[in-house]
Design a protein around this ligand. Structure first.
Ligand code: PBG
Length: 326
């Protein structure tokens, strides 16, 4: 036999030397849920190990993560029902605890990179990402609301805004609004190919943000489609996005790969709440090895073409990486 591929696998050092994909803590973004006030960390049932944090506890969490090499965070606000309305006005109000928290965190941790979510759902009494009129999610009237939200977040000091709403034209609209307000340095990580997925369930539990009626299929993408993701990617590029995201990750590795091949922009993938919950549940039952399965999932997302991964595993991966690499 001339060809013996096993020779390249014969020792740990050779295997490491020939590794094609390397995953580092610096590739990960950790999602964190923030509540107003001074409550104790509130565990999210369907996301074991993930909490709704008050600002104090969230600061402690960020400090721990920075020590593990996890330096980028995407922040989500859990807003009480009394502050929600049809137009999500609290999202850009000067009283918004989320915006105040961004300012505080930016001052406290100048080295950390903070990313926001831009969509109406955490603030909307309808639980939709856009404005609801006569049962329809209206596109163009949503754009100014998203722009106000993004500018308010930029004013608070956010480094990256993450439009997750899937309205048409929102990246360009937000880019223009940010630039007009003097925030040309604020980046846009666009949720470019965001699918109408069953895997967002635990996230909606965390924020109590499920749609009050209907579903999100008129704006989020059909899981059956991948070439449509390229169309979205081309538009987001033209409209000034800095990073393109695919969401969810695991069922959409082909889409991640396709966008990586179709665009020169960095590609992010969101390893969403349901993907995390699924693995956690199997590990709680003792059916899978947590560290090994987590690492394999994250590595596979990177191998598919994601430069950056948003994942609830970030902190645990940081710990594991430290243990293995010192
Ligand atoms: C809000 C938003 C969602 C997620 C991120 N931003 C939920 C949704 O679109 O319904 C899901 C994240 C996750 O499941 O981890 N627009």
């Amino acid at each position: 036999m001339l060809q013996r591929p096993r020779r390249n696998r014969k020792s740990p050092v050779i295997r490491k030397m020939l590794e094609e994909t390397v995953l580092l803590p610096s590739n990960l973004i950790y999602p964190l849920f923030l509540v107003d006030g001074k409550s104790k960390p509130d565990p999210i049932k369907s996301l074991p190990g993930i909490f709704r944090f008050s600002l104090d506890d969230l600061s402690k969490e960020i400090e721990i993560c920075l020590g593990l090499g996890i330096k980028t965070f995407v922040l989500f606000p859990a807003v009480s029902d009394s502050l929600k309305d049809k137009k999500a006005t609290y999202s850009y109000s000067s009283k918004n605890f989320y915006l105040k928290a961004i300012s505080t965190l930016k001052k406290k941790f100048p080295e950390a990179v903070l990313m926001s979510d831009v969509a109406m759902d955490p603030y909307s009494s309808d639980g939709h990402d856009g404005l609801v009129k006569n049962g329809q999610i209206v596109n163009d009237e949503t754009l100014p609301i998203l722009a106000k939200m993004a500018v308010a977040q930029a004013e608070a000091g956010i480094d990256i805004v993450g439009p997750s709403d899937m309205m048409d034209g929102r990246v360009g609209f937000i880019r223009e609004a940010l630039d007009k307000a003097g925030h040309e340095d604020v980046s846009i990580m666009s949720y470019t190919a965001k699918y109408a997925s069953a895997y967002y369930g635990p996230f909606r539990d965390a924020l109590d943000s499920a749609p009050k009626s209907g579903d999100k299929k008129t704006y989020q993408m059909n899981p059956a489609n991948k070439y449509e993701a390229v169309r979205e990617a081309l538009l987001d590029e033209q409209e000034g996005a800095d990073i393109l995201m695919v969401k969810p990750a695991l069922c959409y590795l082909d889409v991640i790969h396709l966008l990586k091949e179709s665009s020169v922009l960095p590609i992010a993938a969101y390893n969403v709440s349901g993907e995390y919950a699924m693995l956690k549940a199997a590990c709680e039952k003792g059916w899978l090895n947590y560290d090994a399965a987590m690492s394999e999932q994250l590595l596979s997302i990177k191998r598919a073409g994601a430069d950056v991964i948003l994942t609830y595993f970030a902190k645990d991966f940081g710990k594991l990486f430290k243990k293995q690499n010192g």
